[in-house]
Design a protein around this ligand. Structure first.
Ligand code: 6PG
Length: 475
């Protein structure tokens, strides 16, 4: 049942799932009249049954739009893909030129690029906005990454600033840049999220299989880490997962959960985009691959019977080892963020988004899934030097990497020797060792390519491209 709305709304939401409903309640909490629309009348009823005098939900699109103040602002929170296009098509029949359409879903940035150009030509304002923080973030304060039409952003900014999370009094929302910049930044956020989650799961593996620690001991480690320099939302929820038992049971729910991870695809998109831009983000790549491998349960079960030779660590003092593991995690976490920021830096040059990396680090400090204490260091690094090529080149980050290097070398080599899989840690280290490698062995790859395919090579200190008939070597 639609509820009568005597005051027109300042904001309209399409898609009244938990995210949409929570975001509307957040907006309403700040005194705005707002409206919601969904084709599912049950969802409409649920929102109207909240009996929030600032929220009115409709199952009729025309009525929903008619109850919005002009210029009308409509945000879509619907599944990414074709649904977004069909909702836009319906909206164009009921909106007028000059109205604002916001896509708050996890749309692929190339779709946002296309929609932005199309809607601009038709006279509508389009904002592609990444929203992070899950259901709780939507209700209490998400981090938001809007991009596209700047004029439209300025118009909706007062609402966004109020509903965002705040860190040191500053909102976790800012204009990201041109066209699809908002969704590109959100995609990279998710890529980093994948790398950090995989890193945490490998940490669990080391503690459980290598150090043979009990769940309650693992809980204590994450609890401890969350009180230090590793403080972050993902470590915090991991700590809580290691304490969660279903009512009436005496064991962790975690131990009942299948070891096969799902993915909606934003991590894969990040790797694909990075490869297209030829920017290395190997920790994100490996995180995507490991989720994929986790799905091959039957294969893993079969292979585990053939090759079961993992050994526990011969560590006399677990707590001493945890100190090294903490260093290894710190090192790898820095690397994960650095790879993501490097991708943003390169994409910015290629796509001319006009991104500001300091602003991105700033709005990621709260509300979003990858919020962490370390984002303060990233923010500081880019504030000091907005042209920083790579975070590894910042002097204070250099110190952090150097002092945690011993830890990562120990953790990666012990894991390799004992047969414990820590690919994200290993890749974090190898990436570092090659970023600081002035002479990579890529000269050999050049020679091989020229050998079998006459692809030519370039020479040190000499302009031009060269080819050799390698079959007749002069030794
Ligand atoms: C966020 C999250 C969110 C994402 C989920 C699930 O920032 O709030 O990144 O956007 O959709 O975390 O992602 P996967 O299904 O790909 O793991």
């Amino acid at each position: 049942m639609n509820k009568e709305n005597t005051n027109q709304s300042s904001f309209g939401m399409i898609g009244l799932g938990t995210m949409g409903s929570n975001l509307l309640q957040n907006i309403a909490d700040h005194g705005y009249q707002c409206s919601g629309y969904d084709i599912d009348s049950k969802k409409v009823d649920t929102v109207n049954n909240l009996s929030n005098e600032n929220i009115h939900a409709y199952s009729n699109l025309k009525e929903f739009v008619n109850n919005l103040k002009s210029p009308k602002t409509v945000m879509m929170l619907v599944p990414a893909g074709k649904i977004v296009d069909s909702v836009i098509e319906e909206l164009l029949e009921v909106l007028e030129q000059g109205d604002i359409i916001i896509d708050g879903g996890n749309s692929h940035f190339t779709d946002t690029e296309r929609r932005f150009v199309d809607l601009e030509q038709k006279g509508y304002h389009f904002v592609g906005m990444g929203v992070s923080g899950g259901e709780e973030g939507a209700r209490k304060g998400p981090s938001m990454m809007p991009g596209g039409d700047k004029e439209a952003y300025e118009a909706i900014k007062p609402i966004l600033v109020k509903i965002a999370a705040h860190v040191n009094g500053e909102p976790t929302v800012a204009y990201m840049g041109e066209r699809s910049a908002g969704h590109f930044v959100k995609m990279v956020h998710n890529g980093i999220e994948y790398a950090l989650m995989q890193l945490i799961s490998e940490t669990y593996e080391v503690m459980k299989k290598g150090l043979q620690m009990e769940d309650n001991e693992i809980h204590d480690v994450f609890k401890n880490w969350n009180e230090g320099r590793l403080q972050s939302y993902l470590i915090e929820i991991t700590r809580d997962i290691f304490a969660y038992k279903n009512k009436g049971t005496d064991h962790l729910l975690l131990n009942d959960i299948k070891d096969e991870a799902k993915a909606k695809g934003t991590g894969k998109w990040t790797s694909q985009a990075a490869m297209d831009l030829t920017v290395p983000v190997p920790m994100i790549d490996i995180a995507v691959s490991m989720r994929d491998l986790s799905k091959f349960k039957e294969l893993r079960t079969e292979a585990s019977k053939l090759y079961h030779d993992s050994k526990k660590y011969d560590s006399k003092d677990k707590m001493e080892y945890i100190v090294k593991l903490e260093q290894a995690f710190y090192f790898s976490m820095i690397s994960a963020y650095s790879q993501g920021m490097h991708l943003l830096n390169q994409a910015n040059q290629e796509f001319k988004y006009d991104l500001n990396l300091a602003t991105i680090a700033k709005i990621w400090r709260g509300g979003c899934i990858i919020r962490s204490a370390f984002l303060e260091d990233i923010y500081a690094a880019y504030q000091k030097n907005s042209d920083l090529k790579h975070l590894f080149l910042d002097s204070s980050i250099k110190e952090s990497l150097k002092e945690s290097l011993a830890g990562i070398r120990t953790v990666v080599s012990d894991a390799a020797l004992q047969g414990i899989s820590v690919p994200t840690y290993a890749v974090a280290l190898s990436y570092f060792d090659n970023v600081r490698n002035e002479e990579m062995p890529a000269n050999l790859i050049q020679a091989q390519r020229d050998f079998f395919g006459s692809h030519t090579y370039e020479l040190k200190g000499k302009e031009g491209v060269f080819h050799t008939e390698w079959e007749e070597p002069i030794v």
